[in-house]
Design a protein. Structure first.
Length: 553
């Protein structure tokens, strides 16, 4: 039977172009109809260190890389030394024979430096020689490579094509990777999908201070700001960011901000201000291994409890945690609409694995997101910003309305927005916001806030959230057990979770933090965890790792 699931690792020093090459290799396979997942691993360095892209290609939907490698593509010796232990028995190493000497029957050398020098290219063009050589080895037609290179290399295109052709012609075809269908899919990172979902839901203004792993949103929206008709601003720090976003939203602009845990910590006073003043605000919190500055470019899920409880006082918020690019697109748009519908701060909780990984993206999801109109003032009579309505949602109006005062207040206030301190008025407005939270709970009940994968009749279940979805789902389906996957985490979908747990007698929890934070959340709703499978070395789970732990369950 023809193999239809390949694992490819390409690595080198930062600055050698392994990430660009990894994406182009993925596009070659996508052109052949394969589903793609790319995990990018890089150190917090501009040059040097070790960076690599782990590309998974399959005829099935894949959301995780795996441990064993079929093809190891090495731009430097360090890549061989670090990853040869993970090479499958029949795996092939493709390397720069001008710098690396290997005696391995499954190793193929390419004279990358000589080829690049022949055409007077720059050193980074070694990755062009490596990509083209790899394509020849696996039997990809030159016309496909040429088409991709012409699309990807607008600068120095001719030189790159000459280097690619020379490398391609210098090697022999070893195996044949066959086309599995005619149409390839779009490839998007989670950050790109988040950006596009928000734009589809009417995003007007994006504010951020660069902080990995959320920085990709800032870069992507800034690059396409004219095309998307979105204003993008990078300010001096996260305190300035959140306050500027609140000002823009008060004036009527749909705003979103992006950060990681340390930046979110600086935004918490602004989060409380948004809750009291009932200003819609979406914060994308892309987690990395922490506390403190932690491991800046690596993965973790340690901010869950922080996201659920950040800020002072009773704060009504949505917290939603998507686990792949399609969900990131959908829930980014949805949370922006929900935040404006209920005039409340909201948090889209992702992490490095979701934000920076690349996924095959199903275009059908694009039709599921649209701008949803919030409750606007009907312009009759005098305007009260905090009108005490049955559902707790007050009609919106923005500065500039003729003969009206549009007042916003960080202090407790009456319906007009004027500060109050007497017990009756304070209780009245607290009750108004609490009624709104009850409506938010009803809203969550209408959504698919908890998903089930694997064997729905199994008495054993695993619970995973966010980026652990991919490896957990793969192993649950392989082992024939149930996987329960909550996406909306606040207001918590208690009824949907109870329904998902019907018939389940043993539960294992899977997350990438050291304390099992989702376990604490579930305990509040009477869910007892029998086994915690935790990983906290700043790397994401592999399906095999979860499988080994579940074999003892």
């Amino acid at each position: 039977m023809m193999k239809k699931d390949y694992s490819i690792l390409i690595g080198g020093e930062a600055g050698q172009g392994s990430r660009k090459a990894g994406l182009m290799i993925a596009k070659l396979f996508s052109e052949l109809g394969y589903n793609i997942f790319i995990y990018d691993d890089y150190q917090s360095l501009i040059r040097g260190g070790h960076s690599f892209s782990h590309i998974r290609v399959s005829d099935k939907k894949v959301l995780s890389h795996r441990g064993k490698i079929d093809f190891l593509l090495a731009l430097d010796k360090n890549t061989v030394d670090k990853h040869k232990k993970d090479l499958d028995k029949e795996g092939i190493i493709i390397y720069n024979s001008d710098e690396i000497s290997l005696r391995n029957k499954n190793a193929v050398g390419i004279e990358m430096d000589k080829i690049v020098e022949e055409f007077k290219g720059t050193s980074i063009m070694g990755n062009t020689a490596l990509m083209a050589g790899f394509a020849k080895i696996i039997g990809i037609d030159w016309k496909i490579i040429e088409k991709l290179f012409k699309k990807e290399f607008k600068k120095y295109q001719k030189i790159n094509l000459k280097i690619a052709r020379k490398s391609f012609d210098s090697l022999e075809n070893i195996i044949k990777v066959k086309r599995i269908n005619k149409k390839g899919s779009i490839l998007l990172t989670g950050n790109e999908a988040i950006s596009l979902g928000a734009v589809k839901a009417g995003l007007d203004f994006y504010f951020a201070y660069p902080m990995t792993p959320a920085s990709g949103i800032l870069h992507y929206l800034a690059k396409h700001k004219k095309e998307f008709n979105v204003a993008v601003s990078q300010l001096e720090n996260e305190v300035g960011i959140v306050n500027a976003a609140l000002g823009a939203a008060y004036a009527g602009s749909r705003t979103m901000v992006g950060t990681s845990g340390g930046g979110f910590a600086l935004m918490t006073e602004g989060l409380s201000l948004a809750a009291q003043s009932e200003i819609p605000l979406v914060i994308v919190e892309s987690q990395r291994m922490s506390p403190g500055s932690g491991v800046a470019t690596y993965n973790g899920q340690g901010d869950l409890l922080f996201a659920l409880t950040a800020g002072h006082g009773d704060i009504l918020r949505f917290v939603i945690a998507p686990g792949d690019a399609e969900e990131s697109f959908y829930w980014s748009g949805k949370i922006l609409n929900l935040s404006w519908k209920y005039q409340t701060p909201s948090i889209l909780l992702v992490d490095k694995e979701v934000s920076e990984s690349t996924f095959s993206f199903d275009e059908k999801v694009l039709e599921k997101v649209k701008y949803e109109k919030p409750l606007f003032w009907n312009k009759k009579g005098s305007y009260s910003r905090y009108k005490n309505t049955k559902k707790g949602i007050s009609p919106l109006a923005f500065p500039g309305e003729k003969d009206q005062v549009i007042k916003s207040n960080s202090y407790e206030h009456d319906e007009l927005g004027i500060t109050v301190e007497d017990e009756k008025s304070v209780e009245k407005m607290q009750k108004k916001r609490l009624r709104k939270f009850e409506e938010m709970k009803k809203e969550v009940d209408k959504l698919e806030a908890v998903k089930i994968f694997g064997n729905k009749n199994s008495q054993k279940a695993i619970i995973a959230w966010g980026s652990t979805k991919g490896p957990a789902k793969e192993i649950a389906e392989k082992l024939g057990i149930k996987m329960i996957y909550p996406i909306v985490l606040q207001p918590f979908p208690e009824k949907q979770m109870r329904d998902a747990l019907k018939g389940v007698k043993k539960i294992a929890l899977i997350e990438t933090n050291g304390t099992g934070q989702m376990g604490e959340v579930l305990a509040r709703f009477g869910v007892k965890i029998d086994k915690k499978i935790l990983k906290y070395n700043a790397r994401p789970f592999l399906p095999e790792e979860i499988g080994r732990e579940l074999s003892k369950f």
